[in-house]
Ligand binder design. Structure first.
Ligand SMILES: NC(=O)c1ccc[n+]([C@@H]2O[C@H](COP(=O)([O-])OP(=O)(O)OC[C@H]3O[C@@H](n4cnc5c(N)ncnc54)[C@H](OP(=O)(O)O)[C@@H]3O)[C@@H](O)[C@H]2O)c1
Length: 294
């Protein structure tokens, strides 16, 4: 992106958004497509992904491509990265949007706890695999969708996978703190590059979030709260702002809510925890030599 870009016209920019078959991701794709970006979306189900790509193309009128991958599987994340890179050697914006809440403990095909694998390890691995293509952009951005739930999270290095004791809320809060720690560590590792990294809190948004395996509190309170929640388009506003605002070309290592940079939790600024989490994550995804270096 030229440094003097003044408008949010994204013509010529390629944006990859994970989990864009519904909710905040789809609304983000619609918004960025309407600004002229070439939009690459990912989904788990081929039919849903193709239908969504068609819908975005019809509404936004731009170039939209769908990629199918279950991000709970590391081999699928790697295949997705390969397919994207084959077709798009340069990515300008990566939006790590996929995430969810699971009340009961599930194990992925890689033998990892599902929440940690989908919410943290998948964006960690995908970002690292796409870093080179992001570095081909003159001003690239990595946006990772976290949540204010991160403020209740703590990284339990002794039981990262919830093997000893699992709670859906604890796993979710930990994974969303991991999103912020990852973002800040990535920003530090990329400080001499033209790639920025920022995290987002979208607000409380009416989507299918947590619907597959809800907790008791969600079953009780979500129906009551739903009329007061943000729409997916409102929930997508901060991701869209971070992906497109011309004045954010050099803004990095920040946490955004309501399209404004704001403080995240005290724990999220602990650089030793962030570094350790990076190393543990690199081991868990088989990136023995992390791709991101200063
Ligand atoms: N909604 C909120 O109030 C809220 C608040 C704070 C933060 N967030 C964060 O916002 C992000 C988006 O959430 P949302 O509310 O839009 O949720 P959503 O409506 O459940 O959408 C999640 C998207 O991720 C996809 N997905 C889920 N698991 C996947 C997997 N294993 N592999 C590939 N794709 C997968 C879903 O695809 P399918 O169509 O195949 O299910 C869907 O496209 C998440 O990171 C969440 O933590 C949400």
């Amino acid at each position: 992106m030229p440094a003097d870009r003044k408008s949010t016209d994204l013509a010529g920019r390629t944006v990859l958004i994970t989990g864009a078959t519904g909710g905040i991701g789809k609304a983000t794709a619609l918004g960025l497509g309407a600004m002229g970006a070439r939009v690459l979306i990912t989904g788990r189900d081929r039919g849903r992904t193709e239908d969504t790509a068609r819908e975005i193309r019809a509404a936004a009128g731009g170039l939209v491509e769908g990629f199918v991958a279950d991000l709970s599987s590391q081999s699928e994340v790697r295949r997705l990265a390969d397919e994207v890179l084959q077709r798009h050697p340069r990515i300008d914006v990566l939006i790590n949007n996929v995430g969810g809440y699971w009340n009961t403990r599930h194990v992925t095909v890689d033998g990892l706890e599902h929440t940690f694998a989908v919410n943290h390890l998948a964006p960690f691995l995908l970002t690292n695999l796409l870093l080179e293509s992001l570095q081909h952009s003159t001003a690239a951005r990595v946006v990772t969708v976290s949540s204010n739930a991160h403020t209740m999270g703590r990284i339990d290095f002794d039981d990262l996978q919830g093997e000893r004791s699992y709670s859906g809320a604890r796993a979710y809060n930990q994974s969303k703190l991991a999103n912020v720690l990852f973002t800040y560590e990535l920003a530090r590792r990329l400080k001499t590059s033209a790639v920025t990294a920022n995290a987002v809190h979208p607000g409380l948004v009416s989507t299918a979030f947590g619907a597959g395996d809800p907790g008791r509190a969600q079953r009780l309170f979500v129906p009551v709260l739903r009329p007061f929640m943000k729409s997916p388009a409102q929930g997508a506003a901060t991701s869209i702002h971070l992906a497109s605002a011309p004045d954010l070309d050099r803004m990095t290592g920040r946490y955004f809510a309501k399209s404004k940079s704001t403080r995240s939790s005290k724990r999220s600024y602990d650089e030793s925890v962030a570094k350790r989490l990076w190393e543990v994550s690199a081991d868990l995804v088989g990136l023995t030599t992390p791709a991101a270096t200063t």
